[in-house]
Ligand binder design. Structure first.
Ligand code: A2P
Length: 278
């Protein structure tokens, strides 16, 4: 398994990234700094996480050159629209204090706002102008993806969605595949509480492999060819979650995890509730 995946625009994205939702801005420099020192080369933030300043400081102060790091941010839903997209992108760059951004995402489609198509047109312009290297979306359903592709002829490089062994999203991942869209998994360990990691099947596989349950689940995402964005507030767990390149899940292991998929496995509330948050 290579360390990165080729996107549909020719850029490459590291398969394993560090998620920073709920990391307070004041704690981001130390935590993200430790994550980069431990070996993370991909950090996933958002305007709505309110920690772009802290993340940017960690990136600027890291001993790793900027061109070896992949930084993603996402646009707040309240900033959708043509002019406000350009303005909010500039604000993100000002808060990060960086010259370049690797990936900028529309955080939620918010169909009720009716602005995600013109927002996507502005994202495509941002990329054409060279202000951002890659553009994509998050929490889009195929009907939203079809509209933005139909209107612009440009497919997003990625769609970042909730995805873990209890919510495996096989249909969506297959749909992405036929349109050249890379799938990114958020809440990859099953989200808050990490109850998934206490699941017997996961614990048994971990014991057989001599790895932790979190490492097993992260490896499952990698072997499904997904970009995986685990998060933790603990620097030791952050380092441990990177140690997933020296073992392989067998077809039998993958089948046992496939059996954990549940129709009601989604842990986060639907977009209605999340729009206010992000
Ligand atoms: P914590 O910050 O206490 O480590 P995700 O949202 O990425 O699916 O993660 C769910 C939760 O899993 C996180 O809130 C995190 O809590 C916890 N977690 C992350 N890595 C590990 C690990 N290696 N072992 C146990 N729990 C973990």
């Amino acid at each position: 398994l290579s360390q990165d995946i080729l996107l549909n625009d020719g850029n490459r994205i590291p398969r394993l990234g560090f998620g920073v939702w709920r990391v307070p801005d004041a704690e981001a420099p130390a935590l993200v700094g430790a994550a980069i020192a431990a070996g993370y080369r991909h950090i996933d933030t958002a305007q709505g996480y309110d920690n772009e300043r802290g993340v940017g400081r960690a990136v600027r102060e890291a001993s790793v050159p900027r061109d070896q790091l992949f930084i993603t941010s996402k646009q707040r839903t309240s900033h959708q629209g043509r002019d406000s997209t350009f303005r909010s992108f500039d604000e993100t760059m000002e808060r990060l204090g960086l010259e370049t951004l690797d990936l900028f995402l529309i955080h939620w489609p918010v169909p009720a706002q009716g602005r995600y198509v013109e927002t996507w047109q502005a994202f495509v312009e941002l990329q054409k102008q060279g202000r951002v290297r890659s553009v994509g979306v998050s929490n889009f359903l195929p009907e939203h993806l079809e509209r933005i592709i139909g209107e612009t002829g440009v497919a997003p490089a990625v769609n970042q969605v909730e995805l873990h062994p209890r919510y495996q999203q096989h249909d969506l991942v297959a749909w992405h595949g036929t349109h050249g869209i890379v799938t990114e998994s958020y809440s990859p360990l099953g989200g808050n509480g990490a109850e998934l990691l206490r699941e017997k099947a996961i614990q048994d596989i971990a014991e057989r492999a001599g790895k932790t349950p979190a490492q097993v689940v992260i490896r499952w995402h990698l072997q499904r060819n997904l970009v995986v964005l685990p998060k933790t507030s603990n620097p030791q767990r952050a380092a441990s979650n990177l140690d997933v390149w020296d073992f392989e899940l067998s077809d039998q292991d993958m089948a046992e995890i496939a059996a954990l998929d549940r129709p009601n496995g989604k842990t986060l509330p639907g977009p209605q509730a999340m729009n206010n948050l992000f």
